[in-house]
Design a protein around this ligand. Structure first.
Ligand code: GLN
Length: 453
């Protein structure tokens, strides 16, 4: 079948099922069909890129030229970027077809996709459960078969946790592996884009397209990118898997622990050996992340002032009134809370006590991983303490919501790559297994995941 037929198939599925799932903010039907025709011509001209003509979607925080980019915020409700992000440009160059922009937590702040101005996303496995967040729309769309694959971003777990909750595969690359140019920033020292798809192999194809140095992002790594599909069939004989004891403590649901450990045993059958390790500062990841991320967010989000783009209040009295009302009307509750926490943590007199201290803890967390990864090839553990929880069950309890991130945040603080792959089910809800690796070990992670799948 042609790309036009494939594109039409997925557009029909989106129309049929997304009224109940709400995974898309914008559907770009006309542009997609035009692009699919071009892709069909490229294919008939003998072009070979595996992504040509493949329908995909982008999280709505990647700037897409002439296509609405909202970050799921009222603030950017009418923002049509004049330029293209590097990730979406590279996906365009590879010939993939963008069918639309996916729903998310506002400015990527959340773990349940309940913080979207465009309404919450439903988990396709159970419409009363959350899909996870913040890349919940991307995860739900892939899981429901509304799209072949999607992009997401992960600042503290936002690719891995929704991938786990929706039973798909997601990869957060090493910090700097994928360009952040044109990605609306949340916490710049933690943000990283990555693929969300049905398999490690599909993720590898997308990473091949989006990874690599970009002069438009000063934190982009100059390390040579690999061919991520070339090493997908390496045997796992002799692979050393580290199991951190802190990941299996009281916070973890017992059934999730069982599914996780059963999955790890499968790797033993494939020739791997299990080594008990320790990441002693795990418990410090939530407090340090929830100082660092809001601090960076408060600075990044200061650009939304109602002047250059985004929402502006009606009839401002004066400049200050315009700033204040535009921002309080444009930002949702979670975003405002984080801006306040971050501004406080960065303010004179508190900077040393909070921000600087959090950065020192971050260094310890990073060192834990460096030490552990000098003894083992990969680290495995749960992605989240539970399976997807019920909608509205944690919205009133921010601490319970932040605890969801306990197994994912430290990876971003350290900057290492990590994946979530489907490991099993509990009461018909998917459970993910997290695989963490050394800096720039994406090819290894993808191979390990591929052997399991
Ligand atoms: N859940 C975390 C938060 O709310 C992580 C979000 C993310 O990775 N973008 O900040």
């Amino acid at each position: 079948f042609s790309s036009v037929e494939l594109t039409q198939h997925f557009l029909d599925r989106i129309k049929q099922f997304d009224t109940s799932i709400n995974s898309f903010i914008t559907i770009t039907e006309e542009k997609a069909l035009t692009a699919a025709k071009i892709a069909d011509t490229r294919i008939s001209n003998g072009e070979k890129n595996p992504l040509i003509g493949i329908p995909i979607a982008h999280k709505d925080l990647f700037c897409t030229q002439n296509t609405l980019t909202t970050c799921a915020s009222k603030m950017l409700n009418n923002f049509v970027p004049p330029y293209e992000s590097t990730v979406t440009q590279r996906m365009l160059d590879s010939g993939s077809i963008m069918l639309g922009k996916t729903n998310m937590d506002e400015f990527a702040m959340g773990s349940s996709n309940e913080n979207s101005f465009f309404g919450s996303v439903k988990n396709p496995w159970n419409l009363e459960a959350v899909p996870g967040g913040s890349s919940g729309g991307s995860a739900a769309a892939v899981a429901a078969g509304l799209i072949v694959a999607a992009t997401g971003t992960d600042t503290g777990g936002s690719i891995r946790q929704p991938a786990s909750f929706c039973g798909i595969t997601g990869l957060k690359p090493t910090y700097g592996r994928v360009s952040r140019f044109g990605m609306i920033a949340f916490a710049s020292s933690l943000d990283q884009a990555g693929p969300m798809a049905r398999s490690a192999e599909d993720c590898a194809h997308i990473l091949n397209s989006i990874a690599g140095f970009d002069e438009k992002d000063s934190t982009s790594s100059e390390a040579e990118k690999e061919d991520y599909t070339a090493h997908l069939n390496q045997p796992l004989t002799g692979l050393k898997i580290g199991l951190p004891k802190e990941y299996f403590g009281d916070a973890l649901d017992q059934e999730v622990a069982k599914v996780t450990l059963d999955a790890v045993k499968e790797f033993e059958k494939l020739g791997a050996t299990i080594v008990d390790i320790s990441l002693p500062n795990l418990n410090l990841s939530i407090p340090s992340y929830y100082v660092i991320a809001p601090s960076e967010a408060s600075s990044n989000l200061s650009r939304f002032d109602g002047v250059r783009f985004g929402h502006r209040c009606d009839d401002p009295k004066d400049l200050l009134d315009m700033y204040m009302r535009s921002r309080s009307e444009g930002f949702g509750a979670e975003v405002q809370k984080r801006i306040m926490v971050g501004t406080y943590a960065l303010s004179e007199g508190y900077y040393d006590a909070y921000y600087l201290k959090a950065q020192k803890i971050r260094r310890l967390i990073k060192q834990d991983f460096v030490d552990a990864l000098s003894q083992v090839d990969v680290i495995m553990g749960p992605v989240a303490p539970t399976t997807a929880f019920k909608l509205n069950s944690k919205t009133q309890d921010p601490v319970a919501m932040y605890l969801e991130d306990i197994y994912t945040l430290s990876v971003n603080l350290a900057g290492i790559p990590a994946m979530s792959i489907p490991a099993g089910f509990i009461d018909k809800m998917p459970v993910g297994l997290q695989i963490m690796g050394n800096y720039f070990a994406e090819a290894k992670l993808l191979n390990v995941a591929h052997q399991f799948q």
